[in-house]
Design a protein around this ligand. Structure first.
Ligand code: GDD
Length: 409
């Protein structure tokens, strides 16, 4: 049997995702109309002999209750949310629930970060992992040398694929091969994590500092049960014939900011075209709106037949889009109203917001710059004939003048 664990983190972790993380946990934010974690969860369905999926985090249980029960029914695989009493780090969280995870005596454990967007080649990783015969296999990808330092950089043996060297977010360039945050482990991972915390306990009680004083000070300040997968496990075990790599040639992105969620929504919509095309809107019927490229429209949304939507648009539940509206590259969250002839382009429009007639909410669509997309928080009202460009508007604001390059607090 195999189990999968998705690390969802908690409310203190999603700060770069503001203002969208104010009222929805980041892992439940919709990408291509489905909660962020829905994409890795449905990829898990392809793992042979999958017994259970666990979500581990420190969000309140009730935040996930509804989603967990509906997805369990849909996939016919039990999905459980396990709440940590406090953050234990990416490996500590796994270790904290080791008894529950090992209940069905799985031979392998998949571990996935919730905030990555890729096609999760999990069955392929498992095959490679079995062939390598190590304790763990990491999904890795080549990125540009300039962007590599935002991730764990690593060196792998070109022939055996063994992980030879690993440095988390290094200050000086090591390698353009990076850690994707998707792993498969044998249960030996639990003893590796235990060794780290036992070692910490020993250090904390040692009377004298030995040679590596600085290192000790750094580790001493962490609680013994707080273990990071990257720094505390991957770095020390690199080059010990325990860890191997599986390189993906497909798409991969990390979702730390709202702008990246818009980019990832596009990637998942494109993937739907190949996997679950029925989820995409089509403009075939005569009374339907004009659809351009990949678009998701929730069945409860009402879109006027003269509106033009797409590409990369995702429209959530109970949204109303009036006559003549034009939507390009945007995520429209639940209960939004977009009035006649409004234009929304490179933007995320928060729950219950309303955009007035002939208004424009737009940006130039640079996913890497802070104001590269426009974001309206929850319940923002943009009055008629107002233009909002490259701006972030916090919840509950009413805009009756046009703004550009501003953060409206
Ligand atoms: N349950 C739980 N408890 N989850 C946690 C905790 C915790 O205490 N701390 C982090 N996580 C989750 C996050 O939600 C995320 O899904 C994952 O663990 C990794 O988060 P971080 O430890 O903050 O690392 P990161 O996202 O900055 O970088 C990691 O992922 C990159 C790929 O996206 C590193 O492993 C990098 O090397 C890697 O490139």
């Amino acid at each position: 049997k195999v189990v999968a664990v998705i690390m969802v983190g908690g409310p203190t972790k999603g700060t770069r995702f503001r203002p969208l993380s104010f009222n929805t946990p980041k892992p439940l934010f919709p990408l291509a109309g489905q909660p962020m974690i829905h994409h890795p969860i449905s990829a898990c369905k392809k793992i042979p002999n999958l017994a259970q999926i666990f979500l581990i985090g420190f969000y309140e249980e009730r935040d996930f209750a509804l989603y967990v029960s509906s997805i369990s029914n849909e996939l016919k695989v039990p999905v459980r949310y396990l709440k940590e009493d406090k953050p234990h780090g990416s490996a500590g969280g796994l270790y904290y629930f080791r008894n529950l995870i090992m209940e069905e005596l799985p031979s392998h454990i998949f571990l996935l970060n919730c905030d990555v967007c890729c096609n999760f080649p999990l069955p392929e990783m498992l095959v490679a992992h079995r062939r390598y015969g190590g304790m763990g296999t990491l999904l890795v990808i080549k990125v540009s040398a300039e962007s590599a330092n935002q991730f764990g950089e690593l060196v792998a043996d070109p022939v055996t694929k063994e992980l030879l060297h690993y440095t988390e977010k290094p200050e000086t360039f090591v390698s353009d091969l990076i850690n994707c945050g998707v792993y498969v482990f044998t249960p030996e991972i639990f003893s590796a994590i235990q060794d780290v915390s036992l070692d910490r306990e020993d250090r904390a009680t040692l009377p004298h500092f030995s040679s590596f004083e600085a290192l000790q000070l750094a580790t001493r300040s962490l609680p013994t049960d707080f273990v990071r997968l990257d720094q505390d496990i991957l770095s020390p075990l690199a080059g010990k014939k325990k860890l191997y790599t599986y390189e993906t040639m497909d798409f991969w992105e990390q979702i730390k900011t709202p702008a990246m969620s818009l980019k990832c929504s596009a990637l998942y919509l494109d993937q739907f075209r190949h996997t679950t095309a029925h989820l995409l809107a089509s403009g075939d019927g005569t009374k339907n709106a004009t659809i351009v490229g990949d678009v998701y429209i929730h069945p409860s949304a009402k879109v006027h037949s003269t509106a033009k939507i797409g590409p990369n648009v995702s429209i959530s539940a109970n949204v109303r889009v009036a006559a003549g509206a034009r939507l390009i590259s945007c995520i429209i969250l639940d209960d939004v109203e977009i009035k006649e002839n409004a234009v929304v382009m490179h933007a995320i429009v928060g729950w219950k917001s309303s955009i007035g007639k002939w208004s424009r909410v737009q940006a130039e669509g640079d996913y890497n710059s802070k104001l590269g997309i426009t974001i309206l928080g929850e319940a923002v009202t943009v009055e008629d004939e107002i233009v909002v460009i490259n701006s972030i508007v916090l919840p509950n604001k009413t805009l009756n003048v046009s703004v550009q390059e501003e953060i409206i607090l």
